[in-house]
Design a protein around this ligand. Structure first.
Ligand SMILES: [Zn+2]
Length: 510
């Protein structure tokens, strides 16, 4: 064992009707990692809610200890079910990403025997306002019950998909979410969290590694008021994705003795889920699926998630969705590359489109699938290049540009990378690169691809220098125009991965 860490929960203060608390992981060499939670009250309450528990602190900070490989002691009370659950949970992460995480010894100061009964009959689900959470909230019950999940509340988190600094955007998104949960007779709770800071500070990956346990931590901040908690599924049982931070295998280990946690909806894919929620007026008006557009409270309409959602609604006889103010067209579908889970989903769509007699959608999806297969072939063809890893890095980057997947593309870059761009003359860190170059260009162009014949890789020590020619389509006054240019990346090996420490993009001379 490399060392030990202590998790402490302190500085609980009431701020009006909210309660703020800070959890800190202290290493024995004096280094600290901390995170702050701000819990909002039940709507209409005149008093602040109960403060978050030590359970919430452990779920938030445990991944940091596992990343460092240090044993961890919770300096406060915990129930036995949580303790045995996280001891098992960590083995999944350590097996999935063995070069980054090790299982450690986890202990707690005291054992909680009892909790007061919940204030509300019914549970609370994490609720972003997207398809998975709308489904968890509205899913009809078996045995004549109205709803499968008996939910009293949805929990919206400020600080995950919408940065804490974007208060106005969050307020707009919250209003949309409130309308959706109200249609199910539930109320909306809010927790603010700065956990995203730890992604860089502790080198953690949100989607692949921590998002399930962090959702469980956020739910733990309010769970005392409800009789159980729910995390809506991302992938269905027949398409398990590893590593992925939220799964039926792992999330179900994160409940407590008195507040069980259920991973909901893995028996359904995105299309099945859409079929359930499509008729609901509040969903048509307010669903919010986009994590990639610039305005976080609205749907950009053109990223993969936006497009797939719109197509699913079209195929459920909802041709116009008020929630999308800039809708996509069938033509836009042809320009994405789909494979893997997306490919399986596209096949499901094609089946339904065949029944619904929509040859336009079938054609477009077949083209997107063909594009995906071409990409796979390209990757295979080039895997025998002197440096397959650098080429794979470039393929992945090109794909993430096309999909406008800023969050995933960030992982390919070092936090302190320096870059020259077509728009930003010079950026000196990754945040600047994303804000000043990626967002303005990726959202206004499409079809970014690299000419495989032009790729050249030079290796030395832990560095790779990658050069290539690229192309994409821009639009001006409604007309497409071709963009062509050159790019250079300097990649550095960081553990088992390659991260760009420099990138330079320029357009071809006229
Ligand atoms: Zn979008």
């Amino acid at each position: 064992m490399a060392g030990a860490a202590l998790i402490d929960f302190a500085d609980v203060v009431e701020e009006g009707l909210k309660v703020r608390a800070t959890a800190t992981l202290r290493l024995d060499d004096g280094v600290e990692h901390s995170t702050t939670f701000v819990v909002h009250p039940v709507p209409g309450d005149e008093v602040a809610p109960p403060p978050p528990t030590h359970r919430a602190a452990l779920l938030a900070l445990l991944p940091v200890a596992l990343r460092l490989g240090v044993s961890v002691h919770l300096n406060g009370p915990l129930d036995d079910v949580t303790l045995s659950g996280v001891r098992e949970w960590q083995h999944a992460l350590a097996r999935w990403v063995p070069d980054r995480f090790s299982a450690v010894t986890i202990t707690a100061e005291d054992v909680i025997e009892d909790l007061p009964p919940p204030r509300f009959r019914g549970g609370v689900t994490s609720f972003s306002g997207g398809l998975d959470s709308a489904f968890a909230m509205l899913r009809p019950g078996s045995d004549g019950r109205e709803r499968e999940n008996d939910l009293a509340a949805g929990l919206m988190i400020h600080g995950f998909d919408i940065p804490l600094a974007q208060q106005e955007s969050f307020d707009l998104a919250r209003a949309r979410a409130e309308a959706m949960v109200a249609s199910a007779g539930a109320h909306l709770r809010v927790v603010e969290s700065d956990l995203f800071r730890l992604l860089d500070e502790a080198d953690l990956r949100f989607g692949e590694e921590v998002h399930g346990i962090w959702l469980a931590s956020m739910l733990a901040c309010v769970e005392i008021d409800y009789d159980h908690t729910v995390i809506p599924s991302s992938y269905p049982y027949h398409r398990p994705t590893i590593p992925w931070g939220s799964s039926p295998t792992t999330d179900n280990l994160l409940g407590s003795r008195h507040r069980p946690l259920r991973h909901d909806g893995a028996g359904y894919d995105k299309f099945d889920k859409t079929s359930i929620v499509a008729p609901v007026d509040a969903v048509q008006k307010h669903i919010r699926v986009c994590w990639e557009g610039v305005d976080k409270h609205r749907n950009c309409g053109h990223c993969w998630k936006c497009m797939v959602t719109q197509v699913a609604f079209w195929l459920n006889d909802v041709p116009e969705l008020p929630a999308f103010d800039d809708p996509c067209t069938v033509e836009d579908l042809r320009r994405v590359a789909v494979d893997g889970y997306r490919g399986a989903l596209a096949e499901h769509f094609i089946e339904v489109a065949t029944d619904k007699d929509r040859p336009d959608i079938i054609d477009a999806l077949r083209e997107a699938l063909e594009f995906g297969r071409a990409e796979e072939r390209l990757a295979r063809q080039t895997s025998d290049l002197a440096d397959g890893a650098a080429f794979a890095w470039l393929q992945l980057f090109a794909r993430l540009v096309r999909e406008q997947n800023f969050e995933a593309a960030r992982y390919l870059f070092h936090p302190h990378c320096r870059s020259f761009g077509t728009l930003a003359v010079e950026t000196t860190d990754r945040d600047q690169l994303v804000d000043q170059q990626w967002i303005p260009t990726w959202t206004t162009t499409r079809g970014f691809s690299v000419d495989p014949g032009s790729v050249h890789v030079e290796s030395g020590g832990d560095l790779r220098i990658l050069t290539a020619r690229w192309s994409s389509l821009g639009a001006s006054d409604g007309t497409d125009f071709a963009r062509h240019g050159r790019c250079t990346f300097v990649l550095r090996e960081v553990g088992e991965t390659l991260r760009a420490v420099h990138s330079h993009f320029s357009l071809d001379p006229n």
